[in-house]
Design a protein around this ligand. Structure first.
Ligand code: HEC
Length: 195
């Protein structure tokens, strides 16, 4: 019995380094807390404006927030499009608002070294306005669109600097309508469309 127990303990010790090398994400509640801190301090992401145009009628307006790790990386690189890698701990948040400027949802990306090497180590999260989790973790739907800007480490520059064509939005969100304002931007800034 004693021998068995000991070998069990030894097994745990051997397994420990492997466990600690895969970075554990914060709980959805802990990340929501960090998001609220950014919301309360109106910590805008560089290059973003409050209530900038969003792409669909579910997010007619958006506000991007970021912590200092994220914004420092943008400042150092010169622009969002020039950032090659964000540091671990970088947090960026997108608040979605409807036409009445009512908050309809919040998405977030947290950089966490060692979390998801194949997809640039971002923890992807979506919440309802009250903090209830919609999706969390290595969310493929989020990742497969944000890979369009892999060269800038998955973070898009806000409209009108970078835009996605209607066909891409429709492929991901077939039931949602494109915001008229966004359709207008696509016409005015064809050079901003990400390919
Ligand atoms: C169809 C493509 C697409 C999908 C799917 C998508 N996003 Fe985005 N996301 C964008 C674009 C384009 C922007 C830039 C526009 C803006 O800031 O409003 C953006 C902006 C963001 C931002 C602000 C930082 C940035 O990149 O500008 C966050 C955070 C974010 N998305 C998280 C998510 C999460 C989490 C999911 C999944 C639940 C998701 N996104 C799904 C296209 C997408």
């Amino acid at each position: 019995m004693r021998k068995l127990l000991l070998s069990g303990v030894a097994g745990l010790i051997l397994a420990a380094p492997a466990l600690s090398s895969a970075a554990e994400p914060p709980s959805p509640a802990a990340l929501w807390h960090d998001i609220q801190v950014l919301q309360k301090s109106h910590a805008l992401m560089l290059e973003s404006k409050p209530y900038q145009p969003g792409s669909r009628t579910v997010d007619v307006y958006t506000t991007d927030l970021a912590n200092s790790a994220e914004n420092d990386a943008v400042r150092k690189a010169g622009s969002i499009e020039k950032v090659k890698r964000y540091p671990s701990g970088a947090l960026v948040v997108k608040e979605n608002y409807n036409a009445n400027r009512k908050l309809t949802g919040v998405t977030a990306m947290l950089k966490l070294d060692g979390y998801d090497k194949a997809d640039r180590n971002w923890v992807m999260a979506a919440y309802k306005p009250n903090g209830q989790v919609v999706s969390y973790g290595k969310v493929q739907a989020c990742i497969s669109c944000h890979t369009m800007v892999t060269q800038q480490d998955f973070v898009f520059a806000p409209p009108p600097k970078q835009l996605l064509p209607v066909s891409v939005w429709k492929a991901f969100f077939p039931k949602q309508q494109i915001a008229p304002q966004y359709a207008q931007l696509l016409k005015q800034h064809p050079e901003a469309i990400v390919k």
